[in-house]
Write a protein that binds this ligand. Structure first.
Ligand SMILES: [Fe+2]
Ligand SMILES: [Fe+2]
Length: 167
């Protein structure tokens, strides 16, 4: 059975591996730039895909904490997006760039852990198999259309407005 939560976990592994690859590329500006291009785009694409495909349904089927989990997630996505935008203001490999990337990594690590401890378990407990499979298909289709970064909303979202629009 396809399962949207498995696709989300697979992305999380890819994001963590991306930051580890930056460690490996530490002294090589061209390698840093190549790794960061893909990682920065994926941070944006992953957050936007969750906001399009996953969190609206968590709000519908999740337990009483679903609104708090969604509020936390949108806030975290905003922090990650802000750090990615900050990194874009500086040359790859500069101290300012490294500081922004470090911030993105810290925010992302905290956020992935929260999703894996709270939002994803809530969804697994409460979503019927049919929904997990249907959202996996939606996830794959959305990604096929947006993996290039085209049409991806990279702007910050107001968490309470987002929840109101999807509840
Ligand atoms: Fe997320
Ligand atoms: Fe995620």
């Amino acid at each position: 059975m396809l399962d949207v939560t498995a696709l989300i976990l697979a992305d999380h592994a890819t994001l963590r591996r991306g930051f580890a690859m930056l460690d490996d590329a530490h002294d090589d500006p061209a390698a840093l730039a190549a790794v960061w291009k893909g990682l920065a785009r994926m941070l944006d694409v992953h957050a936007a895909c969750e906001e399009e495909v996953f969190y609206p349904h968590l709000l519908q089927v999740g337990d009483d904490d679903a609104e708090d989990e969604t509020d936390d997630a949108v806030r975290d996505h905003n922090e990650i997006r802000d750090a990615v935008r900050a990194a874009e203001q500086h040359g790859v490999g500069t101290d300012e760039w490294r500081a922004a990337v470090k911030k993105a990594r810290v925010e992302n690590d905290d956020h992935l852990a929260e999703e894996e401890h709270d939002a994803l378990p809530d969804f697994r407990r409460n979503a019927p198999d049919e929904l997990r499979a249907r959202l996996a298909v939606q996830w794959l289709e959305w990604r096929y259309a947006h993996d290039s970064g085209a049409g991806v909303d990279t702007g910050d979202k107001d968490p309470q407005q987002y929840i109101a629009e999807h509840s």
